[in-house]
Design a protein around this ligand. Structure first.
Ligand code: NAD
Length: 398
């Protein structure tokens, strides 16, 4: 990456707006190719750009402006791959479509990143791109989106509510990670922590535990409750009580058992970023957590969690928990199901994770597990390794 290079951003949602703004603000010579395969969205973005000369980023109470003629919208995959670095900032369900569109044109000159990757990206990318990590392009997966952000005005401005200090990333081929971490640290303006493998990235995905885990352990008996006003909608993370924390802790322990099993079977294969939820919370939020006595207190006193309510839908007499949200529609098929698949491939039982998957998938009309086995009709839409014919430790590591 040299000054003046053009970067391709794939996506036009909240995260893509934040990424476009961040990249342009960080280096005044950077230009963006914005790859938007969805025709309507492409037209809307192009219209917004043609009617305004600036793109605004609001962060930490300040508004910054960049010239919007540094953004060029395209729907042509052949043009999208002209940038050495391409970053997909879309929900995980869109990775497959974008990778398939770009696949015919990608070469070893391209680095394609997913921000965030969620879990199992490597199996899907291998399936679609074939030679990824060998003679083909380099694949980079990020553990999380570094911002909490919302579009303020489509194609014109974005609000970044919060920025993480650091973000983990893994790479295929593995040997490129140190160099890619440096490149992306500079681009994003934050520490990019190199992970040793994509398997580590998949298992270190904490959203897969926290989101479905809280939906199930805290809200399973409150799904039909009506909250008369918005003010009465309960907080999401901060509603974790002792019982729910104990449940989340068990889910996390099951992931640690998978990690330990892999590390024992493959001496030298280490996944240091796969840690217990409580350790992850302390590392990710640090001083933002006021009470560290136990996991429940950490959720209840994390300052970053104090305004985030459980997702709801409007009903006649008020609001009701909405289960058809990314906490389940994304974190199950592109998170917990991948972990379940990895567990199954290495022979680890995951009764708590199974309980969450079985129950919450039924809420959203999906069938992933049957009697604890990955044979449900909807496994085909997940990134569980078995869906790609991988069902052994050897296959996972390869
Ligand atoms: P979003 O809903 O705003 O993004 C949707 C965008 O994805 C669309 O605008 C479109 O550009 C693209 N897209 C959807 N379907 C597509 C398809 N079939 N083909 C091509 N493109 C398609 O989502 P977001 O808020 O930008 O979040 C992106 C990811 O980051 C998600 O995984 C989300 O869970 C995660 N995340 C977001 C936030 C946040 O604050 N926004 C915070 C943490 C994590």
């Amino acid at each position: 990456m040299t000054p003046g290079d053009t970067i391709t951003v794939c996506g036009g949602g909240n995260g893509a707006h934040a990424l476009v703004g961040t990249l342009l603000l960080r280096d005044e010579t950077t230009h963006i190719r914005l790859y938007l395969p969805l025709e309507d969205e492409r037209r809307r973005f192009a219209n917004a750009l043609s009617s305004h000369s600036s793109f605004e980023v609001r962060v930490a109470g300040e508004a910054y402006s960049v010239a919007s003629d540094r953004i060029r919208v395209t729907g042509d995959p052949e043009e999208a791959v002209l940038s050495p670095i391409m970053i997909m900032v879309v929900p995980a369900f869109a990775h497959g479509a974008i990778l398939s569109q770009l696949a015919p044109y990608l070469t070893k000159e391209n680095t394609i990143a997913a921000l965030p990757a969620r879990s199992g990206l490597e199996y899907q990318a291998w399936d679609i791109l074939g030679k990824v990590g060998q003679n083909g392009c380099v694949l980079v997966g990020f553990q999380t989106l570094p911002w909490a952000c919302r579009i303020k005005e489509f194609g014109r401005s974005v609000i970044i509510h919060g920025t993480k200090n650091r973000v983990g990333a893994a790479c295929l081929p593995k040997k490129e990670i140190e160099e890619k971490a440096k490149v992306f640290s500079t681009l994003l303006g934050m520490d990019v922590i190199p992970y040793r493998s994509m398997l580590e990235l998949s298992l270190a995905n904490t959203g897969q535990l926290i989101h479905p885990g809280i939906m199930y352990s805290v809200f399973r008996n409150r799904r039909t409750e009506i909250f008369p006003s918005e003010d009465e909608v309960p907080l999401f993370y901060a509603s974790v009580d002792d019982e729910a924390a104990e449940f989340l802790s068990r889910m996390s322990d099951e992931v640690l058992t998978i990690k330990d099993t892999v590390e024992q079977e493959r001496p030298g294969f280490k996944m240091p970023s796969v840690v217990h939820l409580s350790q992850w919370l302390l590392e990710a939020y640090g001083d933002g957590i006021k009470g560290t006595a136990n996991l429940a207190r950490m959720f209840q006193t994390n300052q970053g969690y104090q305004t985030l309510s459980v997702p709801v839908k409007k009903v006649d007499s008020g609001y009701q928990v909405n289960v058809k949200v990314r906490y389940l529609t994304e974190d199950l098929p592109f998170g917990l199901l991948v972990t379940k698949g990895i567990a199954s491939a290495v022979g680890v039982e995951t009764p708590t994770i199974d309980e969450v998957i079985t129950n919450t998938s039924a809420w959203i009309g999906r069938e992933y597990l049957v009697n604890g086995r990955l044979v449900g009709r909807d496994v085909i839409i997940t990134r569980a390794p078995q869906r790609y014919g991988i069902d052994s430790l050897e296959g996972l590591v390869r």
